[in-house]
Design a binder for this molecule. Structure first.
Ligand code: SF4
Length: 516
C-alpha cells in the first residue's frame, strides 16, 4: 500500500496515534470491547480507550465509567423500526437521552462497558451500526434527508449513499486514514448536504454529453471546520451517478496515501488540498479513476441550512413531509418512540434526521395532515417553532464532552428563549454554539456563532463566549467573522438581543444577516 511505502521509511515522523494504529487496526477493537464487557471498566487500557472510537464509542466526561455512542444514519434516513430500536437502547441503557447531531447521527450517553455488546446486537438486528461513527475513518455520510421525496432534488440519492456507505463501512483498506473523514452526497438544489464543510462532497450538476443533458454531480474536496476551517474546493470534473463510488474511492485513497500523518492538527484532507490546489488534486484523482468529463452546470441555487420545519408538499402528488423542531437536538426515548409511531400511522414509515438537529416525518397524505398536526408530541417538537429556538444548534458541551470548556445545550436553549421573548424578527437567524474550538456545533457557518471559552474577571474565571457573525454556505459561501472581545456567559443573551435589534433597524430591504 502506498501509505506504507510513504511512511514506513521513517516511522519516527508519525504521531502517537499513528503508531497506535500501526500496532493494531482500529476495527480490531470490537474483540476488545467484548472482552472488556466481561472484565469491567477498570481493565481497559488507555490505548484501547482511544481505539473505542472505531466502534463509535467515546469515554464520557468525567471518565469514570460511562460512555457515549454515536450511531450512523446515512443521509439521515431511519425506518420506524430502527427509530424504535434506538429509543429502546436509550431507555434501557442511556437514561432515556437521545441527541441528534449536526451530521444526522444519533448519540447516546450514560452507557457502560457491560452493556455495549448488547447495544451492538440490537443495532445490528435492524441494520444500524456505530462502527466508524468516530475515529480516523470514513464517518457517517451526510446528505439530503428528503432523498426520494424531494421536489428540489435532481435525482434520488438513496441508492448512491447506500452504495458508498456499504463500501466503506468496516472496510480495512480505509480504516486507517490520517484523520476523520467526512463525506456528503446530495442532489438537493439547496445544498442540504452542507457540501463545503466536508472532506469530500457531491453536489447536483448537469452536463450536455453527446447531445443529451446528463444529471450527475460536481465534486468538492478539502472542506472542514475545527480551529482552522476551510471551505471545500470544487474539482473540474463531472461525475455520473454510477461513478460516484469510483470517485469516492479515488479521493479517499489519495487521503490515505498522501494525507499528512505527522501532526494530528495538520492531518485532515483540507491541508493536503490547500497545499496541492484543486488542479494537482484532480490530476492525481484521474490517475486512479481514469478520465472524467470536465465540470458541467452547477445546480445548487442556495442553502437551506438543513431546515425543513413546517408542512411541505413532496414530489409525489397528495403527499406531504412535515419538519419538526427538536430544540438543540435533544429529545428523550419516549419522544423518539412516538415519532416512530407517528411515522407508521400517518407517514411512510420513516423518520429522517437533519443536519440542523431536527427531524422530518415524510409521506403524510393530505387527508391525514390535520390529525397529524393535532398530535400531542407536536406541542414540543413543533413544526412551527419560534424564530430563535427553531434555529438553534448546539454541540454536546461540558455535560458529557471531555474537550469542552463550557456548558452549551442548556445555555443555548436559554439564549434562544430569551431572544424569542425580547426580539421580534420576520426572518430566521441561525445560532450555533460550540463548547470548544473543535466545532461539532459548526459555529463558523452560523449567522451568529458562539464559541465557548473562559474569561478572567475580578470574581475569578467565568464561562464566556467568542462571537462571530455572518456565516453561510451554498453560492457565496463564507465563514462568519469573529468580533472583537469576549462576552461573559450571562451577558450573551442581552448582547445578542442588541445586535439583532441593530440589524433589524438598519438592514436594507431584503438584506440577509449573513455577508454576501
Ligand atoms: Fe466537545 Fe468541543 Fe465538540 Fe463541543 S465542539 S462536542 S465541546 S469537542
Amino acid at each position: 500500500m502506498a501509505y506504507e511505502a510513504k511512511w514506513a521509511n521513517d516511522p519516527s515522523k508519525l504521531n502517537k496515534t499513528e503508531l497506535l494504529k500501526l500496532e493494531k487496526d482500529g476495527l480490531d477493537v470490537f474483540e476488545d470491547i467484548y472482552r472488556y464487557s466481561k472484565l469491567g471498566f477498570d481493565a481497559i487500557t488507555p490505548e484501547d480507550f482511544d481505539r473505542f472510537k472505531w466502534a463509535g464509542v467515546y469515554q464520557q466526561k468525567p471518565k469514570k465509567g460511562h460512555f457515549m455512542m454515536r450511531v450512523r444514519i446515512p443521509s439521515g434516513i431511519l425506518t420506524s423500526e430502527q427509530a424504535r430500536t434506538l429509543a429502546g437502547i436509550s431507555r434501557d441503557f442511556g437514561r432515556g437521552l437521545v441527541d441528534v447531531t449536526t451530521r444526522q447521527s444519533v448519540q447516546f450517553h450514560w452507557l457502560t462497558i457491560e452493556n455495549i455488546p448488547a447495544i451492538f446486537e440490537r443495532l445490528a438486528s435492524v441494520g444500524l451500526s456505530s462502527t466508524e461513527a468516530c475515529g480516523d475513518c470514513p464517518r457517517n455520510i451526510v446528505g439530503n434527508p428528503l432523498a426520494g421525496i424531494d421536489p428540489n432534488e435532481l435525482i434520488d440519492t438513496r441508492p448512491i449513499v447506500k452504495e458508498v456507505a456499504d463500501f466503506f463501512l468496516g472496510n480495512r483498506d480505509f480504516s486507517n486514514l490520517p484523520r476523520k473523514y467526512k463525506i456528503s452526497i446530495s442532489a438537493n438544489i439547496y445544498n442540504a448536504g452542507h457540501a463545503e464543510i466536508n472532506d469530500l462532497a457531491f453536489t447536483p450538476a448537469t452536463k450536455e454529453i453527446d447531445g443529451e443533458e446528463v444529471v450527475g454531480f460536481h465534486v468538492w474536496v478539502g472542506g472542514g471546520l475545527s480551529a482552522k476551517p476551510f471551505l471545500a474546493k470544487q474539482l473540474d470534473v463531472f461525475v455520473r451517478p454510477e461513478e460516484v463510488l469510483k470517485v469516492a474511492i479515488g479521493v479517499t485513497t489519495i487521503f490515505r496515501d498522501f494525507g499528512y500523518r505527522e501532526k494530528r492538527n495538520h492531518a485532515r484532507l483540507k491541508f493536503l488540498v490547500n497545499d496541492w490546489g484543486p488542479e494537482k488534486f484532480r490530476e492525481e484523482l484521474l490517475k486512479l479513476t481514469g478520465e472524467l468529463p470536465t465540470r458541467g452546470v452547477d445546480r445548487v441555487v442556495g442553502w437551506n441550512a438543513g431546515y425543513f420545519t413546517g408542512v411541505h408538499k413532496q414530489k409525489q402528488p397528495g403527499l406531504n413531509y412535515v419538519g419538526l423542531s427538536v430544540p438543540v437536538g435533544r429529545m428523550n426515548a419516549d419522544e423518539l418512540e412516538e415519532l416512530a409511531r407517528l411515522a407508521d400511522v400517518y407517514g411512510d414509515g420513516t423518520v429522517r434526521t437533519c443536519n440542523s438537529q431536527n427531524v422530518v416525518i415524510p409521506g403524510i397524505p393530505d387527508e391525514k395532515l390535520t390529525a397529524f398536526l393535532g398530535e400531542k408530541l407536536l406541542e414540543r417538537l413543533t413544526p412551527f417553532p419560534k424564530t430563535f429556538i427553531g434555529h438553534a444548534v448546539s454541540c454536546t458541551g461540558i455535560e458529557f464532552c471531555n474537550l469542552a470548556l463550557v456548558e452549551t445545550k442548556e445555555r443555548m436553549r436559554e439564549i434562544a428563549t430569551y431572544l424569542d421573548e425580547h426580539v421580534q424578527l420576520d426572518t430566521p437567524i441561525r445560532l450555533h454554539v460550540n463548547g470548544c474550538p473543535n466545532s461539532c456545533g459548526q459555529q463558523q457557518v452560523a449567522d451568529i456563532g458562539l464559541q465557548g471559552s473562559l474569561m478572567k474577571t475580578e470574581n475569578g474565571m467565568v464561562d464566556a463566549f467568542d462571537l462571530s457573525v455572518g456565516g453561510t454556505l451554498g453560492p457565496g459561501a463564507t465563514f462568519n467573522t469573529k468580533l472583537k472581545g469576549r462576552i461573559p456567559a450571562d451577558q450573551v443573551a442581552p448582547v445578542l438581543a442588541r445586535l439583532i435589534t441593530f440589524y433589524k433597524e438598519n438592514r436594507l430591504e431584503g438584506e440577509p444577516f449573513h455577508a454576501y
